[in-house]
Ligand binder design. Sequence first.
Ligand code: GDP
Length: 191
Amino acid sequence: MAAEQFPAPDVPEVAFLGRSNVGKSSLLNALVGEKAAKVSGTPGRTRAINFFALLDENRRRKLVFADLPGYGYAKISKSISAEWPKFIEPYLQERETLGLCVCLVDSNVPPQERDGQLLAWLRSVGQKFVVVATKVDRLSGNVRTRNLAALKKGLEIEEILAVSAKTGTGIKELWARIEATGVSGQGSGIS
Ligand code: GDP
């Protein structure tokens, strides 16, 4: 996949990133349901970026969600994208319409070095991000609180948004964050 295959950078974009199996597809479904249309990318080709356009009432593109390939469990080396296709790093760094990166971590799993490295890299290139802890429905109150605190500490972040694609916890809050970046879904019938 080359940059020319990306859709024209005409509307604000939000990228979704996370390790394989973190719950990214489920979260995207919970966020947009049936309202998104795939605008490029080949189904089943998980190493490509899948772009989804969210449409307004006139079926014009309002917002694009970019579903990035899940990264693996391999130990990271010098470059953040060592195990990622070559186009990911330039995409995150240079895509002019990219307003927010939604970085997913599993609330059931302790902080992972790989996720910390990704966040450090995003900070270093000045890319805005929000960290989302997935699958919180699996955790009871106390364990949830403890795990979220451990993730905040381990990943050196001020804020973490707890979500569940299964119960809908946090989905509204995540939409609010997406809209707060100047990427507006309001009044479009997509939120
Ligand atoms: P992806 O590889 O990051 O796209 O992850 P998927 O969305 O395919 O989810 C990976 C696994 O986690 C699947 O077995 C899902 O059913 C499960 N999963 C995803 N989201 C949730 C959630 O909110 N709650 C629970 N309990 N399981 C989830």
